[in-house]
Design a protein around this ligand. Structure first.
Ligand code: ADP
Ligand code: 5GP
Length: 187
């Protein structure tokens, strides 16, 4: 069994941004590409950001037990971690990086135990989270409302994670995360 780092937070807290910065610092990292039934957004590329599947294909893979975990994160939209991603990354001797919702994060941590470091990314405030979701400019008003609607409940689950990083100043948050990960990988 190898090691894994998992990032969870409500949508818009900055997981993707922090992960992209960290991928530049750690050659040993490889990103677990999740499957989703939502359509690509902005510059997203199939097989790089996500495996974009139809709802039918997603559910057929669920039936074939191909997922380590999956969730209907927003009503009608499913996301899941394919078991094949774990084998792909560990076979290369790399550390898996997950970007999953809060429930998925708790399930993955339970599965990997001490081999995973679970990191919760906290926004400075709900107001800033809303601003970031809007300024990202990739979601419809309906999608933003759905995402914000889940965030208060998700934020309450931060204590279940190994570490909480407040993403106020990006560089500070990236540095703090890097320090925590270095300690974990040495241990
Ligand atoms: P998530 O992956 O958690 O949904 P993103 O990484 O897409 O969040 O970040 C949401 C938006 O907030 C993006 O437009 C991103 O550029 C911006 N952002 C992320 N971190 C910060 C920060 N520390 N300060 C200001 N803006 C940020
Ligand atoms: P987005 O649509 O913004 O890319 O992602 C929405 C939410 O789904 C985010 O909280 C993201 O972390 C989560 N997510 C992405 N992939 C997975 C996955 O494989 N499993 C679970 N449980 N959540 C995921």
């Amino acid at each position: 069994m190898g090691k894994a780092i998992l990032f969870s937070a409500p949508s818009g807290c900055g997981k993707t941004t922090i992960i992209k910065e960290l991928m530049k610092c750690f050659d040993c990292f490889d990103f677990s590409i999740s499957a989703t039934s939502r359509a690509p957004r902005g510059e997203e590329v199939n097989g790089q950001d996500y495996y974009f599947l139809s709802k039918e294909e997603f559910m057929s893979r669920v039936a074939k037990d191909e997922f380590l975990e999956w969730e209907e994160v927003y009503s009608g939209t499913c996301y899941g971690t394919l078991k094949s991603e774990i084998d792909r990354i560990w076979d290369m001797g790399k550390v898996i990086v997950f970007d999953v919702d809060v429930n998925g994060g708790r399930n993955i941590k339970k599965y990997f135990g001490a081999d995973a470091l679970s990191i919760f990314v906290m926004p400075p405030s709900i107001e800033v989270l809303e601003q970031r979701l809007r300024s990202r400019g990739t979601d419809s008003e309906e999608a933003i409302v759905k995402r914000l609607g889940r965030s208060a409940e998700e934020l309450k689950q931060a204590p279940a994670f190994d570490v909480t990083i407040v993403n106020d100043d990006l560089q500070r948050a990236v540095n703090e995360t890097r320090n925590v990960i270095e300690k974990f990988l040495k241990g």
